[in-house]
Design a protein around this ligand. Structure first.
Ligand code: DQQ
Length: 573
């Protein structure tokens, strides 16, 4: 068990015990308190009959655990309180409404019957909003969209008001395609289908080839691929506006054919693309919407993160930021201790899952891509500086181990902020290959290689014009119980290239969880490593070259403090 604790992330949101998956219902209330809920199985470190776990914070980086907000205790959600979101009603006190999917009847139907329900605070003036009560009118939505099924109908997004009507989008599967189904309501009580917000077909991600009549038909799936939810369901959609006329649609798609890079996707569209002719209040449904959306769609689906996150979503803060969080799932292999019931290593840990650090979302208009960076409050987690050098000369081949100050976390909970620049003599003219990065050593000969590489040209004033760049996490030497695949891919850059004074890399190591941000958040990889070494010889070794020239590094390393108050971390609930 000591090993299990040594791997449990310390400055990320984790479950007190049991299994954690999707982040749910995040919001900041008028009093300024942040609320994060999450799918939680308190009974065992495996998915099942989820509750809504609940943590609160004043700064989004130090958290306090609350009692579970929603538990499976009604005739429409006794099989589980699935994912959903929060909507702050525009009324005087901004009452938060939790909008979630209740599931039931699994043993009778062999699939989860999925309906949408809401809950309100028991005491809206309690800033901690400890207790919640479900509406007596639940379920509010129990009619699947046209061509859809209650077997694949979940995860309502934060509702928004448009021309006097409330709108929400619900993850669905219509005629075998993953879709974001639009629903509308005059009063947040009675809801009706309002057409398709978007679908795999309209985003060009149709995996029609996978949608074949099932070898064995699965109840509730109609004539779709027997994997149904795996191949076609759009889980955990998210819809939000960014900037003056850019709407973002995000969805989670477990389809195997695409997940080498990511399973959380987004597309950007103008209000015209998404709102179509709805803005006149008349709801069009079906084909013409898809065509309209497709014709005005301004981007092809892109990855939210190239690593091991899923079911991510965003919320708006009172100071106008759009903040994103994602579920970081376990990816270990093998079984190191007597596995408690489960068949793999992570079952033996007694806990499962974490959330990423909150990330602020911004739009790069040039590359029509989203940029994600850790929120500025993350610096509040820094407990002591372990190393700093403004211009470390790196060897022209190999890496340079940093001489870190002794740390209480033994280097297992650190942040590395580093900016690489070519040494003075990077030759002019023409694209040159560059490769920079750090090696994280995790004891007993294990290590993980984090690299940003691509091509760049040196300009006359010594800056770079980066034509191509990718960010990669190589886990081939990360240890016996680590999935050894390399995660990462090319990073969206402006078509004319990215002018840059340096190549930035920011890495958060939290025991078994890595969050990597390259080129100021243009590339993200979230990864898991499972170093089993008991010796504590962890180390950070930067390396890098630009063409034939070595690199210099402006590097700082901090030790990071806990997300939960230590004695509270294992507290009840
Ligand atoms: N997990 C939840 C569902 C959602 C899925 C159930 C995504 O609501 O679709 O725990 O990970």
């Amino acid at each position: 068990k000591a090993q299990a604790q040594a791997l449990k992330p310390m400055y990320h949101i984790t479950p007190s015990t049991g299994w954690m998956n999707d982040p749910n219902g995040m919001f900041q209330n008028r009093a300024g308190i942040y609320h994060v809920f999450y799918q939680w199985n308190p009974v065992a470190p495996i998915w099942g009959s989820p509750y809504w776990g609940h943590v609160i914070s004043k700064d989004m980086v130090h958290w306090e655990r609350m009692p579970p907000a929603l538990v499976p205790d009604t005739d429409y959600d006794y099989d589980g309180v699935f994912s959903g979101s929060a909507t702050l009603l525009g009324d005087e006190d901004g009452t938060p409404i939790l909008f979630y999917t209740g599931v039931s009847n699994f043993s009778e139907l062999q699939y989860y019957e999925q309906v949408q329900a809401i809950a309100r605070p028991v005491n809206a003036s309690d800033p901690k909003l400890k207790l919640w009560k479900k509406s007596p009118n639940n379920p509010l939505i129990s009619q699947a969209p046209q061509g859809g099924t209650l077997a694949q109908f979940r995860d309502p997004v934060t509702a928004w008001k448009q021309d006097g009507l409330w709108y929400t989008v619900i993850g669905s599967m219509e005629s075998c395609f993953g879709t974001a189904a639009l629903y509308s309501s005059p009063d947040f009580q009675t809801w009706q289908p309002a057409g398709q917000w978007a679908s795999q077909a309209s985003t060009g991600q149709a995996n029609v080839g996978e949608c074949v009549p099932p070898a064995v038909s699965q109840p509730g799936m109609g004539q779709c691929d027997q994997f149904g939810a795996v191949c076609h369901m759009w889980e955990c959609p998210d819809v939000f506006q960014l900037g003056n006329d850019t709407w973002v649609l995000k969805w989670s798609d477990q389809s195997k054919s695409r997940n080498p890079y990511s399973m959380d996707w987004y597309v950007l569209g103008t209000s015209a693309a998404f709102l179509g002719n709805r803005s006149q209040g008349n709801i069009s449904t079906g084909g013409e919407d898809i065509a309209h959306f497709q014709s005005t769609l301004q981007s092809t689906p892109q990855s939210v993160d190239y690593g091991s996150i899923y079911a991510s979503k965003t919320f708006a803060t009172n100071d106008g930021r759009r903040v994103w969080m994602g579920w970081v799932f376990e990816t270990s292999t093998g079984c190191v201790e007597q596995c408690s019931g489960g068949t793999n290593f992570t079952d033996s840990l007694g806990w499962q899952g974490a959330q990423t650090l909150p990330r602020e979302v911004s739009l790069d208009a040039d590359s029509r891509a989203l940029i994600f960076n850790p929120i500025r409050e993350v610096t509040e987690l820094r407990s002591q500086m372990l190393y700093s050098n403004a211009a470390l000369a790196l060897p022209s081949n190999g890496s340079q181990e940093l001489n870190l100050t002794q740390s209480t976390s033994l280097g297992r909970q650190i942040e590395v902020q580093i900016a690489f620049a070519p040494a003075a003599n990077m030759s002019q003219g023409g694209q040159q290959p560059f490769s920079v990065g750090i090696q994280i050593s995790t004891g007993q000969g294990t290590s993980t290689l984090i690299t940003v590489n691509g091509t760049a040209a040196a300009t006359t004033n010594g800056t770079l014009q980066i034509a191509q760049a990718g960010v990669y996490v190589d886990r081939s030497k990360s240890g016996a119980y680590t999935n050894a695949t390399t995660q990462g891919r090319l990073v969206p850059l402006p078509a004319s290239g990215l002018p840059a004074a340096e190549v930035s890399l920011r890495v958060f190591v939290d025991r078994s969880l890595l969050e990597v941000f390259a080129l100021d958040g243009r590339g993200r990889v979230t990864s898991r490593i499972y170093p089993m070494g008991t010796d504590n010889s962890w180390g950070v070794s930067p390396f890098g070259t630009f063409g034939a020239a070595p690199a210099t590094a402006n590097v700082t390393v901090w030790e990071m403090g806990p997300a939960f108050d230590p004695e509270q971390a294992q507290a009840c609930c």
